[in-house]
Design a protein around this ligand. Structure first.
Ligand SMILES: [Zn+2]
Ligand SMILES: [Zn+2]
Length: 460
């Protein structure tokens, strides 16, 4: 497959910084994603001010698989480095992308409103929304075209099939788990020559959805017995909406007063905005979610749901929950407690034994979330914003709420490709995950060359 050139500018050593370059002629290429490096990986990179450490001379366009920050976070720097081609994405991603980047700039780069609105205005000018399942030809060169396919990971997420000369090259982006709530599972492409495949959970199998739901119910019921608050740190995009969807179902099914009276509070303007978009674009939901909607339920806008937007209401609620004993669930960002409004809740409520903290997502080393998860059950403490906070709250973890396909799902995605790829490149995963997935895939597609690329395209 040496006739198709692909370079990797990120997501080769870990899960962040996704950015790949696909050449459709000797001196013309497109980028697939331009994500931010996060956590330990960003410390390793030493990208400096520019964040873009590769030449852009050949790059004619940017294709975006979905709007998680590890896939789109470097777009402002891409523009600063001189890129002014089209940013091509699904219709939903096109709507969500400016919101995500605006939030990221505010939180991580500058509070200067003028600079932010200038960057966002430019991004809006460059965005080209493209429907799913339709071949799109961005340039006059008709040997190159692209098609977005449903990835089932977050709203608007896609994997992208490219036709380059006579080759079919597919970039998986992030693939959703088949039994994740709300969004439909991805269907494999019919044929593929080269597949660039994510491997986040290449070495793990998720708990089944029924078990997860039972666990969620048990933890919440236990927590509500002593009338305390249940704090759920969650990312605004995807995870928050999945939780709301599951909680609505638990309330709907339950006969008990506790559930019917429960306040479910989403304290995050970004999450609220996203939830609104999820509701508006219900045509992208899966069959189960649509069935609930047709039967008159509102899976993402039920009666118990309260949304907090402005900062004053947020502060009021934090102090209210500290003294009141009203059973409630608070969902707030960030998902790993490394910032955001969840920190104020934790500071106020972690020392209270009536509080329950429930983790539903991965907590990376070095984050407060990781410390609470590790030391909380032993009555330890955590530093939040430089302040020592004692943990008397109960701490629970439910694993398996993941917007990512697990090992079997990834293997099945490849198994179901009718005309199998000659080459698979594993990206977006830790070393162990990639190696485990490679072994899993070798059993299914023994003829396929499975590469673990390093940066800039070389493989081993
Ligand atoms: Zn993602
Ligand atoms: Zn990702």
């Amino acid at each position: 497959m040496s006739d198709v050139k692909i370079l990797h500018h990120g997501a080769t050593t870990g899960v962040t910084g996704s950015c790949h370059e696909l050449f459709y002629s000797d001196n013309s290429s497109v980028l697939i994603d331009c994500g931010m490096f996060q956590g330990a990986e960003s410390a390793d990179r030493e990208l400096g001010e520019s964040q873009i450490d590769f030449p852009l001379d050949a790059v004619q366009a940017l294709f975006v698989t979905h709007c998680h920050i590890d896939h789109v976070g470097r777009i402002p720097w891409l523009l600063a480095a001189g890129f002014d081609g089209p940013i091509i994405a699904t219709e939903a991603t096109a709507k969500l992308l400016p919101l995500v980047l605006e939030d990221a700039l505010k939180v991580g780069v500058t509070r200067n409103k003028r600079i932010i609105s200038k960057v966002i205005a430019r991004i809006k000018q460059l965005i080209v929304p493209v429907p799913y399942n339709t071949w799109y030809q961005p340039f006059s060169d008709n040997r190159f075209k692209a098609k977005f396919r449903v990835a089932g990971h977050i709203l608007g997420s896609a994997y992208i099939e490219f036709q380059v000369n006579k080759r079919r090259v597919t970039f998986s982006g992030d693939l959703g788990a088949p039994y994740a709530p709300l969004l439909p599972a991805p269907k494999s492409p019919y044929s593929c020559d080269i597949l660039v495949l994510e491997s986040t959970y290449g070495d793990r199998e998720h708990a089944k959805r029924r078990e997860r739901k039972a666990q969620l119910r048990a933890v919440i019921e236990h927590a509500l017995k002593d009338k305390g608050t249940v704090l759920i740190p969650a990312f605004s995009i995807g995870r928050t909406q999945e939780l709301l969807y599951e909680i609505e179902h638990l309330i709907y099914r339950s006969q008990s007063r506790v559930w019917k009276d429960l306040d479910v509070i989403v304290d995050s303007p970004l999450a609220a905005e996203f939830t609104r978009h999820y509701r508006e674009m219900s045509k992208l939901w899966d069959k189960e979610a649509l069935r609930r909607k047709r039967s008159g339920r509102h899976p993402l806008a039920f009666d118990n749901l309260i949304t907090i937007n402005d900062h004053a209401s947020h502060q009021k609620l934090v102090s209210h929950l500290k003294i009141s004993a009203r059973p409630s669930i608070v969902i707030a960002a960030s998902g790993m407690c490394a910032g955001g409004r969840i920190q104020n809740y934790l500071k106020a409520l972690l020392p209270d034994h009536r509080t329950d903290v429930l983790f539903v997502g991965y907590q990376a080393q070095g984050t407060p979330g990781h410390d609470i998860q590790k030391y909380g059950p032993r009555g330890g403490y955590v530093y939040l914003d430089g302040e020592r906070v004692d943990i008397r709250a109960a701490v629970h973890t439910i694993s398996g709420y993941s917007a990512h396909a697990d090992r079997s799902d990834l293997v099945n995605f490849v198994r179901r490709i009718y005309r199998k790829p000659a080459e698979i490149r594993l990206v977006h995963g830790d070393k162990e995950a990639k190696q485990a997935l490679r072994r899993g895939l070798q059993a299914v597609v023994p003829e396929t060359k499975i590469l673990i690329p390093t940066d800039q395209g070389s493989s081993n």
